[in-house]
Design a protein around this ligand. Structure first.
Ligand code: AKB
Length: 337
C-alpha cells in the first residue's frame, strides 16, 4: 500500500521551509519533500526528504510508486533575476517540471477517482506594466489586468497558471468519459519578506536584503531607486494564504488564480523603517537600471478583493505589525545569537 502524503517541491527554499514547519504541526500528516538541496539540520525529521531533481522523470516515477500524493504544493522555481541569467534553464525548472507534475497529478486523480489538489504559488511577476506612467496610473491591479510579463519567470508563472487551469478543466476533454482531474488553485504573491531566511535570485530581494544587512551591521547598496514601489507580505502570511486557499471549500471559489497581498511600500519607506529599528544602518541607493526596470514593470499594488470575498483572506500582519511584531524582533534575535 502506498503512503498518502502531502508533497512539497522546492522545500528547502524560503517558502518551503516556512510551509513545512507549519504543516508538520498538523496531527497525522505525512509529508514528502523534494529539493536539489538538503533540508537545514533544524528541519530534519519533519518530512521524508528526497534530495533530487524534479526534472528526473525516473525519480518522480519512483516516488509515485511509493507515495500517494494527496496534495501537492509545487514551490520549486528559479526566481526572476536568476531566470534572466539562465532563461532556458528557468523554463525547464519553472515550466517543464510543472508540466510533469501536473500530468502526474492528473493521472493520480484518474486512478483514485478523486482530484489531487495542486497548489501553485504564482507571483506579481505575472504582470507587466509597460512604463512608469502606466504604473502610476493603474495603482491596484486585478488578476486579469496587465498580464504581459517582461521576464522569463513572469512568463513561466503566467503560463503555468494557464496549464493548471487546463489540466483541471479540459485535460482529456475528447475522451468518451471525462475522468476526474486535478483541483488546481494558485495565489499570486507580492514580494515576500522572512525574518528567518534570506532569498536568492529574486528581484524583490532588496527589501529583505536591506533588513538582514542592517541587522548584521553590514552596509547595503539598494539596486532600485528610492521611489520604486511594489507590494509585499511577510512569510507567515504567505504560508497562511497557501493553507487557507488549500482548505477553502471548492464551491466557494470563483476563480483558480487569486491575488493576495498585505502592504505596498517604496524602497525609501522600507529604508526608513529599517533605519528606525537599526540606528547604525548604512543604506545607499545605487540603482541597477536593468533590475529596476523589472521592478517598475510590476504593479505598485494588487487588488486581492476576490480572495477576501471567496475564502475570507486577510493578512494577519499589516505593515505596522509586520515590522514591529514579526520582522524586527525576530531578525534582531536571529543575529544576536
Ligand atoms: C522575485 O523577485 O522573483 C520573486 C517574486 C516577486 O515572485 N520574489
Amino acid at each position: 500500500m502506498r503512503k498518502k502524503v502531502i508533497f512539497i517541491t522546492g522545500a528547502s527554499g524560503e517558502v518551503g521551509q516556512a510551509l513545512l514547519k507549519e504543516l508538520a504541526q498538523e496531527p497525522g500528516v505525512q509529508i514528502l519533500t523534494i529539493d536539489l538541496h538538503p533540508m537545514p539540520p533544524e528541519m530534519h525529521g519533519l518530512s521524508t526528504h528526497v534530495e533530487g531533481d524534479l526534472l528526473n522523470a525516473r525519480l518522480l516515477a519512483r516516488l509515485v510508486s511509493e507515495y500517494e500524493m494527496d496534495v501537492i504544493f509545487h514551490l520549486a522555481a528559479l526566481l526572476s533575476t536568476r531566470a534572466e541569467i539562465q532563461p532556458e534553464e528557468a523554463h525547464q525548472v519553472n515550466v517543464e517540471a510543472t508540466l510533469q507534475l501536473l500530468k502526474i497529478a492528473a493521472e493520480e486523480s484518474q486512478w483514485r477517482r478523486r482530484p489531487v489538489q495542486f497548489i501553485f504559488p504564482s507571483s506579481i511577476a505575472a504582470y507587466g506594466l509597460p512604463d512608469r506612467e502606466t504604473k502610476n496610473h493603474f495603482q491596484r491591479v486585478r488578476e486579469f489586468e496587465w498580464n504581459q510579463p517582461r521576464t522569463m519567470y513572469g512568463c513561466n508563472k503566467l503560463y503555468c497558471e494557464m496549464l493548471g487551469s487546463y489540466y483541471s478543466r479540459y485535460y482529456r476533454q475528447l475522451a468518451a468519459e471525462q475522468p476526474p482531474t486535478i483541483d488546481f488553485r494558485s495565489v499570486r504573491f507580492p514580494g515576500l519578506i522572512s525574518a528567518f531566511t534570506v532569498p536568492s535570485g529574486g528581484t524583490s530581494d532588496y527589501a529583505p536584503e536591506m533588513l538582514h544587512a542592517a541587522a548584521q551591521g553590514k552596509p547595503y547598496s539598494c539596486f532600485v531607486r528610492e521611489e520604486a514601489r511594489i507590494p509585499f507580505m511577510v512569510m507567515p502570511d504567505a504560508v497562511r494564504a497557501l493553507l487557507m486557499l488549500a482548505k477553502a471549500p471548492r464551491q466557494h471559489l470563483t476563480r483558480q488564480v487569486y491575488n493576495v497581498t498585505s502592504f505596498s511600500l517604496s524602497a525609501a519607506q522600507i529604508r526608513d523603517r529599517v533605519c528606525a529599528a537599526f540606528s547604525g544602518a548604512q543604506i545607499r541607493f545605487e540603482p541597477d537600471h536593468k533590475r529596476e526596470a523589472i521592478v517598475d514593470s510590476w504593479p505598485a499594488d494588487i487588488d486581492d478583493s476576490a480572495a477576501r470575498m471567496d475564502w475570507e483572506w486577510a493578512p494577519a500582519y499589516d505593515v505596522e505589525r509586520a515590522f514591529s511584531e514579526y520582522l524586527i524582533p525576530n531578525i534582531k534575535q536571529r543575529y544576536a545569537r
